[in-house]
Write a protein that binds this ligand. Structure first.
Ligand SMILES: Nc1ncnc2c1ncn2[C@@H]1O[C@H](COP(=O)(O)OP(=O)(O)OP(=O)(O)O)[C@@H](O)[C@H]1O
Length: 262
């Protein structure tokens, strides 16, 4: 049974049909990569699932309930999480405090930046940090972390409300190749062990082909192809769609040095 079932999803901006009748499904525990050339409609699709954009038409059914058009907070409460960047404000807080704040938010408690999380669910926060390999760095301020480690903390924070579906928009952008493969290997383990579906957009084809369970290719707002990574990699239509952009299988953009700002 699907966790997420999207049908006839459409969105236009003026005369531009950014997303044009898109259908797909996602199973619990599955990593689904949404790829396509620039302007294909990936971000628009993603933002409709997360509630940041209201679709013109179509259904987004999560666990049997249509969430299309609901506000982001309502969609979040129904179990759709999103990795979010640690805000500048929180960079001075410790790794542990950041995860505690995410737990406070998941518990529906108001938090105040000037009065950090105190003793709220310290053990739960530490367990999440252990799971993403950051337990030993719990007491450090986030501002001191290497970029790849910040991404791990952000993942722990996204897990705080135990999402059924996790949305990740270019999760590895700016990361060095080894770091980005490690982050997605971890994400894949977490998805499988928690039966959490993951929908992610990604420009790095090494990440897509090594870690996605299934790949959805969008071109000009429509699905061109869908299937396991090996089938997509060898699909002539997909190769042709990327010709001129040089993106599929091409070298990823220059990675940021460890510790560089996002
Ligand atoms: N807010 C907006 N107003 C007007 N046009 C928009 C808006 N958002 C997206 N578009 C247009 O919709 C189309 C799809 O854009 P979208 O950002 O979803 O593509 P994408 O696949 O995420 O691209 P990229 O890989 O470059 O991020 C593009 O033609 C884009 O110019």
């Amino acid at each position: 049974m699907s966790l997420l079932q999207v049908t006839g999803l459409s969105k236009s901006f003026g005369g531009v049909r950014a997303v044009d009748g898109v259908d797909f499904s996602l199973a619990p525990g599955e990593l689904l990569a949404l790829i396509g050339p620039n302007g294909a409609g990936k971000t628009t699709t993603f933002n409709m699932v997360g509630g940041q954009l209201v679709p013109d038409a179509g259904a987004i059914v999560l666990d049997g309930h249509d969430i299309a058009g609901l506000p982001p907070r309502a969609i979040w409460r129904r179990g759709v999480g999103r990795t979010f960047q640690i805000a500048e404000t929180f960079a001075s807080l410790t790794v542990l405090q950041n995860v505690q704040l995410a737990l406070l938010s998941a518990d529906g408690r108001i938090f105040r930046v000037w009065r950090p999380a105190g003793t709220h669910r310290v053990q739960d926060a530490l367990a999440l940090l252990e799971r993403v390999g950051m337990g030993a760095q719990a007491a450090r301020p986030c501002s001191e972390l290497a970029y790849g480690d910040i991404k791990r903390v952000e993942l722990a924070m996204a897990l705080a409300h135990a999402p059924r579906l996790l949305l990740m928009d270019e999760p590895t952008a700016g990361m060095a190749p080894a770091e980005r493969l490690a982050l997605m290997a971890l994400t894949r383990e977490l998805a499988h062990e928690r039966r959490m579906g993951v929908l992610f957009t990604e420009h790095s084809m090494d990440v897509v082909f090594q870690h996605a369970d299934r790949v959805l290719v969008l071109v000009r707002g429509r699905i061109l192809a869908e299937g396991p990574p090996a089938a997509i990699q060898g699909n002539a239509q997909v190769q042709a769609a990327y010709l001129g952009t040089g993106r599929i299988g091409a070298a990823p953009p220059a990675a940021a040095a460890p510790g560089a700002a996002p």
